[in-house]
Design a protein around this ligand. Structure first.
Ligand code: HXC
Length: 257
């Protein structure tokens, strides 16, 4: 597929996707969604890829869903096309996805970052759910995911006032996993992704699945799920290799099986 709104590259075992609609601050229109789905789907299916990084520009990760595209929609339009449901498919990707965020991550941009497994932020990053200022509310998971990340009080504050949060506040409140100087953002994100991609891919994918499970089920069910998956890992060649490498004081050479 020839991409027009994103740039897709492979660096070693890491798939790198750069949102590329600079004139619209990377606003997420239906073409961006279709291309992101295709690119992440291709990386998901590619056994040689162990992690995916999604980033934007220095000025904007993404300034939201494309307001001009959705402006004229009617309720029936939105309902019949199940507007935004494609993002659910995006969020179901089984490979680890890291959002590397500089500049604005607003509305759908913040929601896209939260669909990734974790967010590394540049000190220039600004997060917000400003949909209320447009007469609507978050529609790509903001009211649900942001609340799980930062708790009810701050999520209400963000969604009801539409204010932005800087990188320091985002780190303090648990929205992002780390903040780095803007100049180091891509190096740090690619380093983290490369590190993950060097581990056993099945172990990484099972681990991601287990952490995500904690959002869906009770603690008792989550612990049972974790234990079952953990037990199953003793069938992996990579478990034998990882533990043998430790005992033999050498670096593990995972075979991803
Ligand atoms: C379409 C957008 C856009 C967006 C920016 N642009 N954000 N186009 N959708 N979400 C366009 C502008 O129209 C402008 O195009 C160009 O990008 C540059 O933007 P400026 O506003 O001139 O830049 P600046 O003054 O630096 O301000 C940056 C900004 C501002 C603070 C990020 O652009 C802004 O407030 N954007 C909207 C943020 C927002 O409300 N996001 C939520 C969207 S709703 P031209 O052609 O004029 O140069 C959403 C979920 C909806 O995400 C869910 C409900 C159904």
């Amino acid at each position: 597929m020839a991409y027009e709104t994103i740039i897709v590259e492979t660096r070693g075992k890491v798939g790198l996707i750069t949102l590329n609609r600079p004139k619209a601050l990377n606003a997420l229109n239906s073409q961006v969604l279709a291309e992101l789905l295709a690119a992440t789907g291709t990386f998901e299916a590619d056994q040689a890829i162990g992690a995916i990084v999604i980033t934007g520009s220095e000025k904007a990760f993404a300034a939201g869903a494309d307001i001009k595209e959705m402006q004229a929609k009617s309720y029936v339009d939105a309902y019949m096309e199940d507007f935004f449901s494609g993002w659910e498919a995006f969020a179901r990707n089984r490979k680890p996805m890291i959002a590397a965020v500089a500049g604005y991550a607003l509305g759908g941009g913040c929601e896209l970052a939260m669909m990734c497994d974790f967010i590394i932020a540049a000190d220039s990053a600004k997060f917000g759910q400003p949909e209320i200022t447009l007469g609507v509310m978050p529609g790509m998971g903001g009211s649900q995911r942001l609340t799980r990340f930062v708790g009810k009080s701050k999520a209400m504050d963000m969604c009801l006032t539409g204010r932005m949060m800087d990188a320091a506040e985002a780190e303090r409140s648990g929205l992002v996993s780390r903040v780095v100087p803007a100049a180091d953002l891509m190096e740090e994100a690619m380093k983290a992704a490369a590190k993950i991609a060097d581990f056993s891919l099945p172990a990484v994918m099972m681990c991601k699945e287990a952490v995500n499970r904690s959002y869906e089920v009770t603690l008792a069910e989550g612990l049972r799920f974790e234990r079952r998956v953990f037990h199953s890992m003793f069938s992996l060649d990579d478990q034998k290799e990882g533990m043998a490498a430790f005992a033999e004081k050498r670096t593990a050479n995972f075979r991803n099986r």
